[in-house]
Design a protein around this ligand. Structure first.
Ligand code: AMP
Length: 397
């Protein structure tokens, strides 16, 4: 193993944020530091926490894109890019049909990621920019790419395809599924946090600013609510979720919308924001009396419950449900309302446990079990990075 002062830096780049964490060579240890640059391109803000969760930086910064945010981090003497860098691990949202596991990055990998970037326009391009910038700055440090699509590549054909000609499937038009790093973490964490259901049929609900659900059988993904891009499935903060393709034709043919306008619309103006006309934040909508805000919350809950039912059918049954990510981990009323809709299936919520907000949240008499498990995508990336590079380290150190 490398020396204990070496660090593995995990990066998760989006269009307006760059999250990071630095780990010691042991991926199960707490991060040495973690944080994010948020609000990139607008009013960017840098926050860093040390290993004990104490805030060491909480400052406004000037960063027009994630690459610029990375350059700011590189300039910090006590930031994530200081010290003895052993490796970088990157969250890459879309790996396309071929990248079905984490890989050490080489030129061919970069070309493959670049080729599927149009399928994740908010995520793959900024992640590539950051990765290439770090390659220039630290040419001797290896990079590992970890894909959100990889965990889902074993789906059966009926879940992996659209009803379109096979030639398009061969060209890569498939139902990939996303949030795979989060579901990989949940599948592992269930072994200790929800052992009663870990080996069974579980629907995991990753409800954050992006939202999806996954059918896990014995910890393996067999279906997902998301498809070709991260637009499919549940309504999200600003993304539409599933939409009849005819709506897109209508916008283009009848309203004369350009492709760019439709893309912006689907990613930024729909979902909870579009439905409510008020906010993409479920907390704001829950606190509002506006009829459209109430309807947006109803729509969100309805589609989570409906998708849970569909994924239970994919698995031929269901033993439990896991809530995770920002809304799943923190919103008491959303969890309660989803479980109320699923009561007929056998979920009987324990109100006190749901208020407490951790662990099992169904009553002991409930036929089916529901849990809250906080996700940790960064730790999965650290595990994958250290796992892939430990052989190389052993020969070097
Ligand atoms: P994530 O993408 O997992 O970071 O989740 C971000 C989303 O979680 C935000 O859009 C918020 O709407 C939501 N969120 C965060 N904290 C809470 C909370 N205490 N109650 C409800 N929703 C929350």
């Amino acid at each position: 193993m490398p020396g204990t002062d070496r660090r593995v830096v995990v990066l998760n780049a989006g269009s307006s944020s760059l999250k990071f964490a630095a780990y010691p060579p042991d991926p199960e240890a707490p991060p040495l530091l973690s944080g994010a640059v948020d609000g990139i391109g607008n009013s960017a803000h840098l926050k860093i926490m040390d290993a004990d969760g104490r805030v060491t930086h909480d400052i406004a910064v000037s960063a027009s894109d994630p690459h610029a945010a990375m350059a700011i981090l590189a300039g910090l003497k006590d930031g994530p890019l200081a010290g003895d860098l052993a490796a970088f691990g990157h969250r890459i949202v879309h790996g396309g049909p071929d990248l079905d596991r984490s890989v050490v990055v080489d030129e061919a990998t970069l070309a493959r990621i670049e080729a599927v970037s149009p399928l994740a326009p908010l995520h793959n391009p900024p992640a590539l920019d950051v990765l290439k910038g770090l390659q220039k700055r630290f040419p001797r440090v290896p990079h590992v790419a970890c894909f959100d699509t990889a965990f889902h590549r074993g789906h059966p054909a009926v879940a992996d395809r659209f009803a379109i000609p096979d030639s398009l499937y061969q060209e890569g038009v498939r139902r990939y599924g996303f949030h795979g790093l989060s579901y990989q973490y949940i599948a592992g964490a269930m072994q200790t946090k929800a052992p009663e259901i870990a080996g069974g049929k579980v629907v995991a609900a990753h409800l954050g600013s992006g939202a999806s659900m996954c059918a896990l059988m014995d910890g393996h993904s067999i279906d997902s609510s998301m498809g070709f891009t991260a637009l499919d499935g549940l309504p999200m903060g600003t993304r539409s979720g599933s939409l009849d393709a005819g709506v897109i034709l209508w916008l283009q043919q009848q309203k004369g919308w350009s492709v760019d306008r439709v893309e912006h619309f689907l990613y930024h103006d729909c979902g909870l924001q579009g439905l409510s006309g008020l906010s993409n934040d479920i907390r704001v909508l829950l606190a509002s009396d506006a009829p459209l805000a109430k309807m947006a919350v109803d729509y969100f809950v309805y589609h989570i419950a409906r998708t849970a039912g569909a994924l239970a059918v994919s698995m031929g049954g269901i033993d439990g449900l896991v809530f995770t990510a920002g809304i799943g981990e923190h919103s008491v009323p959303i969890r309660a309302r989803v479980l109320a809709r699923l009561r007929w299936l056998g979920f009987d919520v324990d109100e006190t446990a749901n208020q407490r907000g951790q662990g099992r949240i169904t009553a002991s008499s409930s036929r089916l079990r529901a849990y809250i498990i906080p996700t940790d995508e960064e730790r999965v990336i650290a595990r994958e990075t250290i796992g892939l590079l430990s052989g190389r380290w052993l020969t070097v150190c």
